[in-house]
Design a protein around this ligand. Sequence first.
Ligand code: AKG
Ligand code: FE2
Length: 351
Amino acid sequence: MSATILPQAGYHLASAGANKATYTYSDPLSEVPTLSGVDVSADGSTPIIDMEALLGPHRSEIIKQIGLACEINGFFAVKNHGIPEMKINNMLGTAREFFHLPDEERLKFRSTDPNSVIRLVTGFQDKTRNIFVSRQSLKFHSHPVEEYKSQWPSNPPSFGENVGEYCASVREVEVAILEAISESLGLERDYIDKILKGHYVSINYYPACQESELDVTYGVRTHTDPTIITILMQDDVPGLQVINDGKWINVNPLPNAVVVHVGDILQALSNYRYKSLLHQAIVNCEKERVSIASHCYPSDDAMIGPAKKLVDKDHPAIYKDFTYSEFHESMWRVKCSTAKRLDLFKAARAD
Ligand SMILES: O=C(O)CCC(=O)C(=O)O
Ligand SMILES: [Fe+2]
């Protein structure tokens, strides 16, 4: 199936959807890159990591591949990750069921407070830029599952079980990938695991778009994730685009694979060796799309400046030491949607 992408106003994004907007307010983000006039190459090359091989005799080779993918691409796909296909399908099914519920049922979770334990974010119109951002997402904490489950929706009734099982499986993948990433940087295997705390899930729902008079409809606009890494599982509808080598590329879904993004925290911790991935999602005019992002973040008091081992005379510290809670607090204050929010934490001698 093909995504309908109409060039509009210099973007290769869909026009549409705005007449479906139930909520209209000004976008609070002041710094959102526009990146107009960029080309999208339809067949971006996605590095593919075989996770099963991480456990075998070729571990060091796979770790090298992961390091290169983080350094050069900022993302990679993971196959043979061990999350059973049934758990993935159940998770996607439950996500669809939730977003097909009547408004009054879903909107119980609507909140604009970023600190609320669970919140539904709806599509919105950015009045100043005349664009519509169509993503609806349900965001909530999920690790450990038993601690948070009671706050999740009870409708659909499958939510607790299906989301809980998926999240527990993703956690295992997360830990294994973070161990490999630590090793790829020449750090102790548990360097990142030691500062790891939770994961925060965003169930993203992009309705099929419709004609509208607005200039452009995005699924979600260009941003980086404020995470160590993000593990993204997409259904079979394309939509994810990432910047690679200065160009947008489509990262089309691969059956039974997840996509791992480098996030802002890993950019700081790796002393700018791995760069936080700039990405966005477009909408599809024929089919709805669901993606599940597992945002993995450290504990509040974790120091997330550059690992000491990565700093020397030839590699001066780009960032100073700072805690995750300092980063998190500033993130909402500076209202920036990219890794530029790390600039506040640059070391004195870095420009
Ligand atoms: O749906 C996608 O492909 C991207 C979602 C995303 O970037 C996010 O949830 O942070
Ligand atoms: Fe993202």
